[in-house]
Design a protein around this ligand. Structure first.
Ligand SMILES: C[S@@+](CC[C@H](N)C(=O)[O-])C[C@H]1O[C@@H](n2cnc3c(N)ncnc32)[C@H](O)[C@@H]1O
Length: 268
């Protein structure tokens, strides 16, 4: 399992919710990796060192952004880091179990957490919005992606910036994932030993679907299925343009040279 940063989106959602700020739109069901409480508490261990986030913090510094929305914030790795640095941060995610993990972190009380999607965001007049961890690829249909972009545009001030990463399809990352697919074992603090096994892999471009089975020390098993959409540079540019953004620059991710588009788009 080539690191779970590839992970995405599928079909299970928790119901044991504390009071959410917003209830996610019907039909939005994040994949078990994010929405099942047993897996959400493991996510940070699965994902390992988050040096990928350094680049995003640096870009927000360059932009002099003071108010930031972290869309698909998951367990809040970036959101709490930005809040600790003094930024005003809103983190939004439809996976309540991931938000519950985020809320336990230092500086979490300085973040506004919204249980929902970009479409649920209020008019925040934010300086910037970010999407890390390839969240952009969980939106499988054009409609879902367009609605998300419109939601983000609505949360930004005029001239605000959206920073988003998405894997370059020409790099064909799925071929490596398929070759590397093997059993993996983690020791998760407070949980114990977790064994992950790939159980399904399908490529039907531009979609790649995979499932992993996770077995816990007590013998219980949870399966998480994800489908990711690989968009070309042209598709990203066109969809951003249609949602009211102007693409200013496409950078490399310093920790994944040649693999990612890091798009910097201005709200116009
Ligand atoms: C790979 S995780 C990345 C989390 C976080 N951005 C990070 O870098 O650690 C993908 C996240 O996208 C979230 N997600 C799934 N569907 C979403 C949607 N419709 N809107 C916003 N986020 C969504 C998932 O719940 C999950 O937390």
């Amino acid at each position: 399992m080539a690191g779970l940063r590839r992970a995405a989106y599928s079909r299970r959602v928790t119901t044991d919710a504390p009071e959410p700020d917003i209830i996610p739109a019907p039909g939005v069901v994040p994949d078990a990796l994010f929405a099942d409480p047993r897996l959400a508490v493991c996510y940070d261990t699965f994902d390992g060192d988050r040096d990928d986030l350094d680049h995003y913090e640096a870009i927000l510094g360059e932009l002099d952004a003071r108010t930031v929305v972290d869309v698909g914030c998951g367990t809040g790795a970036l959101a709490v880091r930005l809040a600790a640095a003094g930024l005003t941060v809103t983190g939004v995610d439809p996976a309540l179990a991931s938000l519950d993990v985020a809320r336990t972190k230092p500086a979490a009380d300085q973040v506004r957490w919204i249980h929902g999607t970009a479409e649920d965001l209020p008019t925040l007049g934010a300086d910037a919005a970010v999407m890390t961890g390839n969240v952009a690829q969980v939106f499988v249909t054009d409609d879902a992606w367009s609605a998300t972009l419109r939601g983000i545009r609505g949360a930004l001030r005029e001239g605000g910036t959206f920073v988003v990463e998405s894997r370059r399809p020409e790099r064909r990352a799925w071929e490596e994932w398929q070759q590397e697919a093997e059993e993996q074992i983690w020791e998760v603090s407070g949980v114990g030993r977790v064994v992950g096994r790939p159980v399904r892999f399908e490529v039907d471009l531009p979609l790649v679907t995979f499932a992993d089975e996770f077995t816990f020390a007590d013998g219980t098993t949870v399966t998480s299925t994800s489908t990711l959409r690989f968009r070309s540079e042209l598709e990203l540019r066109t969809s951003l343009g249609a949602a009211g953004f102007r693409v200013e620059e496409i950078r490399q991710a310093p920790d994944r040279i040649g693999r990612e588009f890091v798009v910097i788009a201005r709200a116009v």
